[in-house]
Design a protein around this ligand. Structure first.
Ligand SMILES: [Zn+2]
Length: 185
């Protein structure tokens, strides 16, 4: 499987047909999609004004992949800082990472920072702005029924969203971030 950088290069390659560049944009999202694949794609379609037929505005593909790329750079820097911190901790005999309230404690999945289960509901600010906020966020693991939103902060209202299957999600009413999930009754 080729990596994000290869797919990004193909999105930026004006010599390729727009539909190939578009396929490569979607491949980029398999490596990094801060809200999850569908919600991140929905966000980029909106922010980069991606037409149904990308051939009508190939520049939108460039805008989309570059917004994603900038956000990913922030995430990679954070990953590198975390890896070196863990190396130091292990050298001091700390086998398990400490839950410091950071976004990793939410275990959202590889390349995902704050999952938005409803693909049409997600933060509207540019991805790098939201990613920076999530990377710096701290949510204490307390007994609250739903944890605070890493994008909007504490005290956000929630709305329920049924995924059509077994699950009911508690979404942040402010931005759509998934805060808790339970079985539908
Ligand atoms: Zn929120």
């Amino acid at each position: 499987m080729s990596g994000f950088a290869t797919h990004r290069r193909r999105v930026l390659d004006e010599g390729l047909p727009a539909r190939v560049r578009h396929t490569n944009l979607r491949s980029c999202l398999e490596h990094f999609a801060p809200y999850g694949f569908r919600a991140t794609y929905h966000h980029l379609s909106w922010s980069a004004r991606l037409p149904k037929d990308p051939g009508r505005d190939p520049g939108s593909l460039v805008r989309a992949v570059e917004e994603l790329h900038l956000a990913r750079q922030l995430w990679l820097a954070d990953e590198a800082a975390y890896a070196s911190r863990r190396r130091r901790e292990k050298a001091r005999g700390m086998r398990q990472p400490v839950d410091d309230g950071g976004w990793r404690g939410g275990r959202p999945g590889p390349g995902v920072l704050v999952r938005c289960p409803d693909p049409t509901r997600h933060p509207t600010a540019p991805l790098p702005v939201v990613v920076e906020r999530v990377l710096r966020s701290s949510v204490p693991s307390d007994d609250a029924r739903v944890p605070a939103c890493r994008v909007c902060g504490a005290g956000s209202d929630t709305v329920e969203w049924h995924d059509g299957g077994y699950w009911v999600h508690q979404l942040c009413a402010g931005c759509g971030a998934g805060l808790a999930v339970g079985r539908a009754s």
